[in-house]
Design a protein around this ligand. Structure first.
Ligand code: AMP
Length: 470
C-alpha cells in the first residue's frame, strides 16, 4: 500500500489541504488514498468502508472541492440510514468546509418538524445530508430542488437496506439528474447492494480496503466468561479491569438496557441509557453528555451501534452477543478509532460459546480470554463501590446554537476571562448544534458556570442555561 501518499498528492485544493493539516490529519487513510482521486476525477465509486476508516472525509473532501459557494443551490446530497450518522457527517462536513466562506450544510431528518427544514431549503443550501424518509418527502412535495445536484453519496448503504429503505433510496435517486456522480459506501456487500450499485451507478470503480490491518488491528478483542456467576457482576469485572473513561455497553433488548442502567445507577455509577425509546431530543442530549465525559458508561441497543459518533471511546462491551457477526464488527468499531487503541470485551457464559466462535470465524481474529481472577472474590456491592466514581464533567444546555450564530469561542469567552471568571481548564468540550449548544464544565465549577451564563450575554443576546442530566 502507498503508505507515503500525502494529502497534497491527492490533488486537493490548497484550502482543503490546509484544513486537514489544521485538523492534524497527517496522512490520508487507505480509503481516502483510493476514493479521493477517483471522486475528483468524476468517477462513480462503490467503496468498502468501516466506521473509523476515515470514509466520511473520503467523500466529504471531494464533495467540498466541487462546491461553488457563490452558486446558492443544492450541489451535493448525502443519504444516511440514521439521524445520528446524519449529524456525524454534518459535523465532519462543516469541520472540513470551514474555509468555504458562506457554505450552507443542511441536516434533513425525520422526527423533527419539517417546516424549519423547508425554510432552510428555501433560503438556499449547498449540501444536504439526511435520512431517506424525510429526503423523499421533501423531494416529493417540491421543497427540495434536485436539478443542480452534481454528486450523491449513499453512506452505510447496507444498513439502509437492512432498515428497509431500499424503495425510498431508489425513489430519491430517480429525482436526481442523470449525469450526476454517485458514490456508495458500505461495510458489507450483500447481493442487494451489488444490485443497487448496478442500477444506480453504472461503471462504478470498486474500492476495497483490507479490513484486517487498519480497522480491526487497533482493537484488542477479549472475552470474559462468567460461568455460574451473575452476568451483571461480569459486567462490573469488565469495567473494573479497564477503568475506562468512557465505555459503551451493548445489549440486545431494551428491557435489559433498562435493568442494568438502573442497577448500575443505584450503585452510584455514572451511567445512562440509549435505545430506540428515547425521544430525539433526549437522544441528542444523552450522546452529547457521553461525548463530553459527563456520563462514563452508556448502555445501548444496536440503534446506537452505527451512526453513533463518539470519539476517544476506550471500551466497548458486548453484554449480549449480537445475532449477526457483522453487527459485532460495527459495535466494536466504536473503539480504537483513528489510531487510538481500544478494547472490546464480550461477555459469554463459557469459553466455548458457539456464537462467539462463529464471530471469530467471520472476522478471522482470535478473541483472547480476559483474566478477571483479581476481582473474582469481590461482591457486586464492593465492585459498585469501587466503580462509583463520578464523572469529571457535567453538562450545561444553552438555548442558542448555530442558527443564533453562537460559536465555541463565544461560549468560552462568556465563561472565562473578565466576563465569567472561570478557569479555562474547567471547561471541556463545547458542542454547537442547530438551535442549542452543550458545554461540559468541571463539577467544581458547574454552578458558577450556570449562573454566569444566565446572567451574562452571548453574542449580545441572553440565552437560558440549564444544568442537564441529573
Ligand atoms: P470516519 O471513518 O469517517 O468515521 O472517521 C473516523 C475519525 O477519523 C473521525 O474522527 C475523523 O475526523 C478522523 N479522520 C479522518 N481522516 C483522518 C486522517 N487522514 N487522519 C487522522 N484522522 C482522520
Amino acid at each position: 500500500m502507498a503508505v507515503q501518499t500525502s494529502f497534497e498528492e491527492l490533488q486537493l485544493s490548497p484550502a482543503l489541504t490546509a484544513v486537514v493539516q489544521d485538523l492534524g490529519y497527517t496522512q490520508p487513510t487507505p480509503i481516502q488514498i483510493e476514493a479521493i482521486p477517483a471522486l475528483l476525477a468524476g468517477r462513480n465509486i462503490i467503496g468498502q468502508s468501516q466506521t473509523g476508516s476515515g470514509k466520511t472525509a473520503a467523500f466529504a473532501l471531494p464533495v467540498l472541492q466541487g462546491i461553488e459557494v457563490e452558486r446558492c443551490e443544492l450541489q451535493a446530497l448525502v443519504i444516511c440510514p440514521t439521524r445520528e450518522l446524519t449529524a456525524q457527517v454534518g459535523r465532519e462536513m462543516r469541520k472540513l468546509g470551514r474555509k468555504h466562506r458562506g457554505l450552507q450544510v443542511l441536516e434533513l431528518v425525520g422526527g423533527q418538524l419539517s417546516r424549519p427544514q423547508r425554510d432552510s431549503l428555501e433560503r438556499g443550501a449547498h449540501i444536504a445530508i439526511g435520512t431517506p424518509g424525510r429526503l423523499l418527502d421533501l423531494l416529493e412535495r417540491g421543497f427540495m430542488k434536485p436539478e443542480s445536484i452534481k454528486t450523491v453519496v449513499l453512506d452505510e448503504a447496507d444498513r439502509m437496506l437492512d432498515m428497509g429503505f431500499d424503495d425510498d433510496v431508489h425513489k430519491i435517486i430517480s429525482y436526481l439528474p442523470e449525469n450526476r456522480q454517485t458514490a456508495l459506501f458500505s461495510a458489507t456487500f450483500p447481493r442487494g447492494i451489488e444490485a443497487m450499485s448496478r442500477e444506480i451507478q453504472p461503471d462504478a470503480q470498486r474500492i476495497t480496503i483490507e479490513t484486517s490491518d487498519k480497522d480491526l488491528a487497533d482493537i484488542r478483542e477479549l472475552k470474559l466468561c462468567y460461568g455460574s456467576d451473575d452476568k451483571i457482576l461480569a459486567l462490573c469485572w469488565a469495567l473494573q479491569s479497564q477503568s475506562p473513561e468512557s465505555a459503551l455497553v451493548f445489549c440486545n433488548q431494551k428491557t435489559t438496557v433498562r435493568e442494568i442502567t438502573e442497577e448500575l445507577s443505584r450503585g452510584g455509577i455514572s451511567v445512562d441509557r440509549f435505545d430506540g425509546d428515547l425521544e430525539q431530543f433526549n437522544r441528542d442530549q444523552v450522546l452529547a453528555r457521553f461525548r463530553n465525559h459527563s456520563v462514563r458508561v452508556l448502555i445501548a441497543t444496536d440503534v446506537a451501534g452505527r451512526g453513533l459518533d463518539v470519539e476517544g471511546l476506550d471500551l466497548v462491551i458486548n453484554y449480549d452477543l449480537p445475532e449477526q457477526a457483522e453487527t459485532y464488527i460495527h459495535r466494536i468499531g466504536r473503539t480504537g478509532r483513528a489510531g487510538a487503541t481500544g478494547v472490546a470485551i464480550s461477555i459469554v457464559r463459557d469459553e466455548t460459546d458457539k456464537d462467539l466462535q462463529d464471530i471469530e470465524k467471520f472476522t478471522g481474529q482470535t478473541i483472547a480470554i480476559l483474566d478477571h481472577s483479581a476481582s473474582k472474590s469481590s461482591t457486586l456491592a464492593d465492585l459498585l463501590k469501587q466503580l462509583a466514581e463520578g464523572p469529571k464533567m457535567e453538562t450545561i444546555l444553552i438555548s442558542g446554537g448555530r442558527k443564533d450564530k453562537v460559536r465555541k469561542g463565544d461560549i468560552l469567552g462568556a465563561l472565562t476571562g473578565d466576563a465569567g471568571g472561570l478557569d479555562g481548564k474547567d471547561i471541556g468540550k463545547i458542542e454547537i448544534q442547530e438551535k442549542l449548544s452543550y458545554v461540559a464544565v468541571s463539577r467544581a465549577a458547574i454552578s458558577d458556570a450556570v449562573s454566569c451564563l444566565n446572567v451574562g450575554r452571548i453574542k449580545g443576546k441572553r440565552f437560558r442555561a440549564t444544568h442537564v442530566g441529573r
